[in-house]
Ligand binder design. Structure first.
Ligand code: MRU
Length: 330
């Protein structure tokens, strides 16, 4: 698949992840307002991809605040950068990438843009390596057979550069005949698994089926799952891991059924400044996402909803956290 976000002549070109799988549509983002809106609305989503989008968003801000002679109004760029960081609070990759390109402000708009391209290229390499290493971990954990691997949300080529983290590990297993079946959870409330992961699995020609979210623990108990592999939005210093809402429940069920539970992410998702899961800010999203679906009411109009985008899986439930740099068994 082509990149989910890329840079083209002063604009971010992004796959619109809100309309898949019905339509493969690209959007051009040319202002900071458009970048913030795209991240908020999940047009671009997945921790690594919102990091790269944020980095290019700062490049847009830098160009817009360029003064005659090429100097930047650095305060103005920093204000825009903060708006981008604030657009989604949980995935640390966004803050990490934005802070990284801001270090190039003294080099002008070209320097900021060059750094954003470097962030993208590094993310591609990091995720490919992490995915390969995670596949090795899965082969070691379950050495004797082709695997039935359950994954949650979407951690594929739409969510990351380089083809995916957890999804990348599944693709690696398929590459040497070690994948029997990928099991994609629906991923409520926005169906990232049903809409995006299944679309990617279908396009890649990998054997798969869709699992009703609330059936995943039962599938594990019934012996239909050999391993669970997921991405991450922020990994705290102690290994507690934030990922899409529902991940914690899957980890509990995996532990109860003695099934390996593997987290795959680039090292930029590990946040040494966040000591434990209790310190990870969890984004709570609008009730409209759950009280309405595809334009129709799903419940009594006006119903209040609890709609956190992420939960935290305690380190003790995780078999291994795999990045391009380490296999960490917290
Ligand atoms: O709300 P989303 O769709 O951005 O949530 C994404 C996830 O939780 C992914 O699992 C995570 O970002 C890892 S993507 C490699």
């Amino acid at each position: 698949m082509e990149r989910p976000v890329d840079w083209d002549s002063g604009a971010i070109v992004a796959v619109d992840q809100t309309v898949l799988p019905a339509e493969l549509r690209h959007l051009r983002l040319t202002t900071v307002d458009e970048v913030v809106d795209a991240i908020r609305r999940l047009v671009v989503r997945g921790a690594p991809v919102i990091g790269v989008t944020g980095a290019f968003g700062v490049a847009i801000a830098a160009r817009q605040h360029e003064e005659p002679g090429g100097r930047l109004d650095q305060a103005a760029v920093r204000r825009d950068a903060q708006r981008i960081v604030d657009s989604r609070p949980t995935a640390v990759n966004l803050r990490w990438a934005v802070e990284r390109v801001l270090t190039r402000l003294p080099d002008g708009a070209d320097g900021v843009l060059a750094e954003a391209h470097t962030v993208l290229a590094e993310d591609e390499r990091a995720n490919r390596t992490a995915a390969r290493r995670a596949a090795d971990v899965l082969r070691d954990e379950c050495p004797d057979r082709p695997l039935r691997v359950l994954t949650h949300c979407n951690s594929g080529a739409l969510a990351t550069m380089g083809g995916g983290t957890a999804f990348g590990a599944i693709r690696e297993l398929a590459g040497d005949g070690r994948l029997e079946e990928a099991i994609a959870t629906e991923t409520r409330p926005l169906l990232q698994g049903a809409r995006l992961t299944v679309w990617e699995l279908h396009r890649a020609g990998l054997p798969h089926r869709l699992c009703v979210d609330s059936a995943a623990p039962a599938a594990m108990a019934a012996g239909l799952v050999d391993a669970v592999v997921v991405g991450a939005d922020r990994i705290a210093a102690n290994g507690d891991t934030a990922n899409k809402i529902g991940t914690y429940g899957l980890a509990c069920a995996a532990a109860h059924n003695r099934i390996p539970f593997v987290v795959v992410a680039p090292q930029s998702t590990v946040d040494a400044d966040t000591l434990s899961g209790a310190d990870i800010p969890i984004e709570e999203r609008d009730a409209d996402e759950v009280v309405r679906l595809a334009g129709a009411d799903t419940t009594v109009p006006g119903t209040r909803a609890y709609n956190p985008a992420f939960d935290v899986t305690p380190a003790g439930l995780i078999t291994a956290i795999v990045t391009e740099q380490q296999v960490w068994r917290p």
